[in-house]
Write a protein that binds this ligand. Structure first.
Ligand code: ADP
Length: 190
């Protein structure tokens, strides 16, 4: 199996690149942000609780997202592999993911980490907010909170994967095609 963690701050381009990678490598895309927005759209109790946190740019509790990923892994047991997008975001999530994959006799192949400057992230998110109407993309203080959550709780996961020799860092600026090519080259060496 090819199991990739696509990593980087909000606005780094994880969703865009995931969509290209799932086609090319025939993988299942697991985006916790997309799954949570699906719960909100469906009006579930979980979605309603998550919405308050997401609208503020805070993280949703670990047990909620770990439970969601666990059931998605169970439901896609015949896949070629997974792209984890926006997950794991904390060390508890990273450890839980390793355990879940281990139970299935597989593991993370690599973490591909996209690096983009803060000013560019803010520009991209505000522009996405104008088009999508996503509340958390429309307010600079919420965006700043998300970047801060990333820097304090999520970025340290680079050390976690680096200790397993699985970290590859890629510059996330340039065209979508340029970045896709860099990711493909990296994956083809795995
Ligand atoms: P982005 O990467 O652009 O911030 P996402 O769609 O990945 O967008 O996440 C949107 C929001 O969903 C986050 O700010 C957070 O509130 C929540 N969320 C998504 N994934 C997780 C996760 N793995 N752990 C905790 N909260 C999450």
């Amino acid at each position: 199996m090819l199991n990739l963690v696509l990593f980087g701050p909000p606005g780094a381009g994880k969703g865009t690149q995931s969509n290209l990678l799932i086609e090319k490598y025939n993988l299942v895309h697991l985006s916790t942000g997309d799954i949570l927005r699906g719960e909100i759209a469906a009006g579930t109790a979980l979605g309603m609780k998550a919405k308050t946190l997401m609208d503020r740019g805070d993280l949703v509790p670990d047990e909620v997202v770990i439970g969601m990923i666990s059931s998605k892994l169970d439901n896609n047991s015949n896949s070629n592999g997974f792209i984890f997008d926006g997950f794991p975001r904390t060390s508890a999530q990273a450890e839980a993911l390793d355990n879940l994959l281990d139970e299935k006799g597989t593991s993370i192949s690599a973490m591909l980490s996209l690096k983009v400057e803060d000013a560019e992230l803010i520009r991209r998110l505000l522009s996405r907010g104008e088009k999508s109407g996503r509340a958390d993309d429309q307010d600079e203080s919420i965006i700043a909170n998300r970047i801060n959550e990333y820097n304090t709780k999520t970025a340290p996961l680079k050390e976690y994967y680096s200790a397993q020799n699985k970290l590859s860092e890629i510059k996330g600026n340039g065209t979508v095609e340029d970045i896709a090519e860099k990711l493909n080259n990296m994956i083809d060496t795995l």
